[in-house]
Ligand binder design. Structure first.
Ligand code: 3HC
Length: 293
């Protein structure tokens, strides 16, 4: 089966990145969100990120415009999916919202369409089960920033057909990503390792083992990570990290995944990282300033 038309649900951090790489690979893309201002913001980010490549002489402005021109912004869900070959969902990580959306998508999308979720932890099998096509349902987990990161984790639910895996592998490679195939388990492969690592770094800060900037420097230089774990936490979003940690505790029934009290306190304070201007660093000035705990 050849994929030509891709619909991306959600124009946020992940959704606009996915729409960007799909359009850059030549697919005809619809990007759907629930309000025009979210679509506008998504398009702005795509243009800004393509602008980086133009500035560096890696792409002409004309090519960037052609890529943006392949993306249509849509508000109505039925309109968005009615002629899609592949629907990639990147909406908020709220189980009920995902299940309700998938029921609606399943009704409106063509029978042949493959349904893929970019969830970072929620069960693919649970989402697939609310549709009439669980064998055409799959996890397609991208990483932030999508245009830069080289991986797509492909997650097989209980009923996912091998032919669906093959199509998604081909699409992922066409958008320039390497793939790994993972059997469903909470957090798949990457977040299974990332979440405990970030939790441990936050616990160490909470215990006064090191300052925020020293912990980041230690891991950056000591382990050659591109970003320290607290910079990365702010980058991913502290609310997202807390959500995943709580989900792990529920799913694994194992307290070893529990979120540090400091993380929960910061989320309650609305310090969600870069997106709110404050997390482990304060982003209001020219340079990020680490907080003291
Ligand atoms: N969009 C597009 N391109 C971007 C970009 C963005 N948002 N941010 C950076 N870039 C490009 C730059 O233009 C540059 O391109 P070039 O190599 O062609 O010149 C390249 O990326 C490197 O950028 P910079 O030189 O500006 O900055 P860095 O070298 O510091 O790299 C980074 C920035 C790529 C974000 C790097 O710090 C990094 O890889 N950080 C770790 C990110 C990570 O771990 N992501 C995974 C998060 S977990 C996740 O997403 C899963 C979820 O389920 C929780």
């Amino acid at each position: 089966m050849e994929i030509k038309k891709i619909t991306v649900l959600g124009a946020g951090q992940m959704g606009n990145g996915i729409a960007h790489v799909c359009a850059q690979a030549g697919y005809e893309v619809k990007m759907r969100d629930i309000e025009q201002r979210f679509l506008d913001r998504g398009f702005e980010t795509i243009k800004k990120n393509l602008g980086r490549a133009v500035k560096k002489g890696k792409m002409s402005q004309e090519e960037a415009d052609t890529i943006v021109g392949r993306i249509t912004g849509v508000l109505d869900l039925k309109d968005a999916v009615k002629d899609a070959d592949l629907v990639i969902e990147a909406i908020p990580e709220v189980v009920k919202l995902k299940l309700d959306t998938w029921k609606e998508v399943d009704e409106a999308a063509p029978d042949h369409a493959i349904l893929a979720s970019n969830t970072s932890s929620i069960s693919i099998t649970q989402m697939a089960a609310v549709t009439k096509r669980p064998e055409q349902f799959i996890g397609m987990h991208f990483f932030n920033p999508v245009p830069v990161m080289g991986l797509v984790e492909i997650i097989k639910g209980a009923a996912t057909a091998d032919s669906t895996v093959d199509v998604i592998k081909t699409v992922s490679e066409k958008v320039g990503k390497k793939t790994v195939i993972v059997n469903e388990a909470p957090g798949f492969a990457v977040n299974r390792v990332l979440i405990p690592a970030i939790n441990e770094a936050i616990l160490a800060i909470q215990e006064g083992v090191a300052t925020v900037e020293d912990m980041d420097l230690a891991i950056k230089l000591g382990l050659n990570w591109p970003m320290g774990p607290l910079t990365l936490a702010d980058f991913v979003g502290l609310d997202t990290l807390l959500y995943i940690a709580d989900y792990f505790v529920d799913e694994f029934k194992d307290s070893k995944y529990r979120a540090p009290a400091l993380l929960r306190k910061m989320v309650r304070a609305g310090w969600l990282g870069r997106k709110t201007g404050k997390g482990f660093y304060d982003y209001s000035g020219e340079k990020p300033v680490p907080l003291r705990f």
